[in-house]
Ligand binder design. Structure first.
Ligand SMILES: NC(=O)c1ccc[n+]([C@@H]2O[C@H](COP(=O)([O-])OP(=O)(O)OC[C@H]3O[C@@H](n4cnc5c(N)ncnc54)[C@H](O)[C@@H]3O)[C@@H](O)[C@H]2O)c1
Ligand SMILES: [Zn+2]
Ligand SMILES: [Zn+2]
Length: 361
């Protein structure tokens, strides 16, 4: 049986998205069909629409989502119909060279559904990050479903599926921020704000929020920033050094992903500090740094894919913190919208008006 559902599709580079009827097959072996309840609008969806990820149009957008498993294919044991799940884009394979070395958060062969979802005319869709959750139903590999406590609100829980997990993990997993550390976060959208909130949970003593938008800096204080820097007016590197005894922060997270912000992260670190790139650069961007500075400043330059998370370990733990009131996922939700409002949500994101717009189905 094929399911006809409404979904948000990006047909052409740069063109507005459209809501269309798509065809979703029943799950094959190892797959799960999920009825979506909520899906956040992440900047990566906009990168896809703009052709910044690859040219495999048409894309089925949406990848930061929660829902209920409707049916499962042959051999699926990890989830069952009725389970409340957050979708992940890291269903680890267990056998690739990263998994074999005991570093499954780098898994190079993550699982996705094999059966294609299509447009009504049969054209196969490329689901964003192997998910495609701006849809009433989507088909994923069963390992992409992480069971969490159904007491959590779907709109809040779904945020763990991408941006919040990426930001939280960039600070805590990749950057290794802990008690007494200083951290600066450049770019305070959903991802950067989660890095700030994560640093607070981890016990960082100084948390410096950097953005070019005053509104984001105001919100950052509510998420745990101890200091804010408007880098449209002030030199971010100088300001971060001044706030850290003249030395720089232990960890600087670049949640924008541009050469200028990465350079700020590079120079705003203390000697032997860590710069973490979690913002996703577009293909034309290049970095030019004096190699002697790379050597002389020491430390680590790291990229953070999905916050180096392990969904099965990290999603339930963060849901627990949320349900205990220690990490307020709900604060990331600026507005709830319908599938028809995704294009408008991109514009709001572009103008800095929202932290997260969340489609509720
Ligand atoms: N690595 C990952 O696994 C992962 C996962 C999710 C998202 N991302 C990426 O993270 C980035 C941020 O995503 P988001 O959803 O938070 O986006 P967003 O658009 O909501 O936020 C971006 C923020 O950066 C600020 N900004 C822009 N230019 C700046 C500059 N020059 N200096 C300082 N601040 C600046 C904006 O004002 C905004 O507050 C995107 O590139 C997205 O693709 C990465
Ligand atoms: Zn693997
Ligand atoms: Zn995302």
């Amino acid at each position: 049986m094929t399911h006809e559902v409404r979904a948000v599709v990006a047909r052409q580079k740069g063109a507005p998205v459209s809501v269309e009827t798509i065809l979703v097959p029943n799950p094959g072996p190892g797959e799960a069909l999920v009825r979506m309840q909520a899906c956040g609008v992440c900047h990566t969806d906009l990168h896809y629409r703009e052709g910044g990820i690859n040219d495999e149009f048409p894309f089925l957008l949406g990848h930061e989502a929660a829902g209920v498993v409707e049916s499962v294919g042959e051999g699926v044991t990890e989830v069952a119909p009725g389970d409340f799940v957050v979708l992940n884009w890291r269903a680890v394979c267990g056998t690739c060279r990263a998994c074999s070395k005991g570093k499954p958060w780098y898994c190079f062969a993550t699982h996705n559904a094999g059966r294609p979802m299509t447009l009504a005319d049969g054209t196969p869709l490329s689901p964003a990050l192997g998910i495609g959750a701006f849809a009433e139903k989507t088909l994923v590999a069963a390992g992409q479903c992480t069971k969490v406590d159904p007491a959590a609100s779907p709109a809040a829980a779904g945020l763990l599926g991408c941006g919040v997990m990426a930001g939280f993990g960039a600070a805590v997993n990749t950057g290794g921020v802990g008690r007494g550390d200083s951290i600066a976060v450049i770019g305070c959208g959903g991802v950067g704000m989660a890095a700030i909130a994560g640093a607070k949970v981890a016990g960082a003593s100084r948390i410096i929020a950097v953005d070019v938008d005053e509104r984001k800096l105001k919100w950052a204080e509510q998420f745990g920033a101890t200091d804010t820097v408007d880098s449209s007016r002030t030199d971010a590197v100088e300001a971060i050094r001044t706030l850290t005894g003249g030395f720089g922060a232990d960890v600087v997270v670049d949640a924008v992903g541009r050469p200028e912000t990465f350079k700020q992260a590079f120079y705003a670190r203390d000697l032997a500090g860590t710069a973490v790139l979690v913002g996703v650069p577009t293909p034309e961007l290049a970095l030019d740094l004096p190699l002697l500075d790379v050597f002389g400043r020491g430390g680590a330059l790291k990229s953070s894919w999905y916050g180096d998370c392990l969904p099965a370990r990290d999603f339930p733990a963060l849901i627990d913190l949320y349900l205990q009131g220690r990490f307020d996922l709900g604060d990331f939700i600026t507005e709830t919208i319908s599938l028809d409002d995704v294009e408008a949500a991109f514009a709001k994101m572009h103008h800095g008006e929202v932290l997260r717009s969340v489609v509720v189905l």
